[in-house]
Design a protein around this ligand. Structure first.
Ligand SMILES: [Mn+2]
Length: 366
């Protein structure tokens, strides 16, 4: 198996480990067990399929089995590396060595894992943590932004290419396959989620994964896709029209475009998550389509294509901050008729926001 070894800048890694340790201190945790592989990548740069991180005030421990220990030694600095097929069984002696009283773990572990953990660690207080690392991952550093920007550019270029490929008679799934291949050709390691191609009446399905439906003259086609580049995701949606766009669909398109644009104009640090959701929602409601915008305005993205923050009307106490990368994806979906969604990835900056996805948004008829 081949692994592209791209080191995370050591200064950034050190900073991330320090941030975790500060948070452990605040939450009164002597030890923190990290089992989520994205979080492990974030802290160590290790991208194999098996590994466990255990952090204490004074030690950084990385455990993996013999398949990966050589790789781990070559790419992970700042960690003691322990070769084991059973990380849990190593924990009691690590805990005893430093007389740890409280240990946090990530709450999204499997029940069988938790059960076993409890069995081995009956001497300490175990705390389930929620979004412990994800809260830190919300703020992207320069290197992460560079990778997300590249993932977005790959999606932009793949979109330009697929416009020449879509024509009446092609199945949705052919369009999806073409896009997926194109993104890999342009340097992506894979898709960041299963590509959505929803044509004709199916475009009213917000998450219509590509089917064998044949694209026909007059169809709207909603394409929602993205890729991973160096572990970081992009996520973009465009709706285009084949042959012609009828007048009602054109009106819906302009409304969604205006909603998307209004958020680009107004997104800035300090805005509450509720306000972020409301700005484009107001545009759609004013146009009379409020009941057909049935989801939140967007989500964070980074190592995962969907990660915190999420946005809804109740989140008046959380605020946008510099370094967050979030999507702006208003849509109008009219059952048994059709729908439009336009989605961009936005980086929150000191002065507003930067749009990372730059594929055209004027109404395209091919
Ligand atoms: Mn999205």
């Amino acid at each position: 198996m081949f692994f592209a070894i791209i080191r995370i800048n050591n200064k950034e890694k050190k900073m991330r480990i320090e941030n975790v340790k500060s948070k452990m201190k605040i939450e009164n945790l002597d030890g923190m067990l990290i089992t989520d592989m994205k979080n492990i990548y974030y802290l160590t740069g290790f991208s194999g399929t098996a590994g466990t991180v255990f952090l204490t005030k004074t030690r950084n421990i990385f455990m993996t089995d013999s398949r990966y220990s050589e790789m781990a030694k070559s790419i992970i600095s700042d960690f003691e590396i322990i070769e084991t097929r059973d990380a849990i069984s190593k924990l009691p002696e690590l805990i005893k060595a430093e007389d740890l009283k409280t240990v946090g773990f990530e709450e999204n572990v499997e029940y069988s894992f938790f059960n076993r953990l409890q069995g081995f660690l009956n001497e300490v207080e175990l705390y389930a943590t929620n979004n412990f690392l994800l809260e830190l991952r919300q703020y992207k550093d320069e290197n992460e932004i560079r990778k997300i920007r590249k993932a977005a550019t790959i999606a932009d270029e793949a979109f330009q290419a697929v416009l020449k490929f879509i024509e009446p008679g092609r199945e949705e799934i052919e369009v999806a396959n073409y896009l997926d291949f194109k993104m890999r050709e342009l340097g992506a390691s894979g898709v960041s989620f299963e590509t959505i191609v929803a044509s004709g009446k199916r475009s009213s399905l917000p998450h219509g994964v590509a089917s064998h439906k044949v694209i026909e003259f007059g169809d709207p086609v909603t394409i929602d896709f993205g890729c991973f580049y160096n572990h970081y995701a992009s996520d973009m949606t465009r709706t285009i029209f084949v042959g012609k766009a009828d007048s009602k669909m054109s009106e819906i398109y302009q409304t969604v475009k205006e909603a998307n644009h209004s958020l680009i104009e107004q997104a800035q640090k300090g805005l509450s998550f509720a306000q972020f959701d409301k700005i484009p929602r107001d545009v759609i409601e004013k146009a009379g389509y409020g009941q057909f915008f049935t989801h939140g305005i967007g989500h964070g993205l980074g190592l995962e294509v969907h990660e915190i923050p999420y946005f809804n009307q109740k989140m008046t106490n959380q605020f946008l901050e510099v370094g967050m990368v979030v999507t702006d994806e208003p849509g109008i979906y009219i059952p048994d008729f059709g729908g439009v969604r336009i989605e961009d990835d936005l980086l929150i900056t000191e002065t507003g926001c930067e749009v990372l996805t730059n594929a055209p948004k004027e109404l395209i008829v091919i």
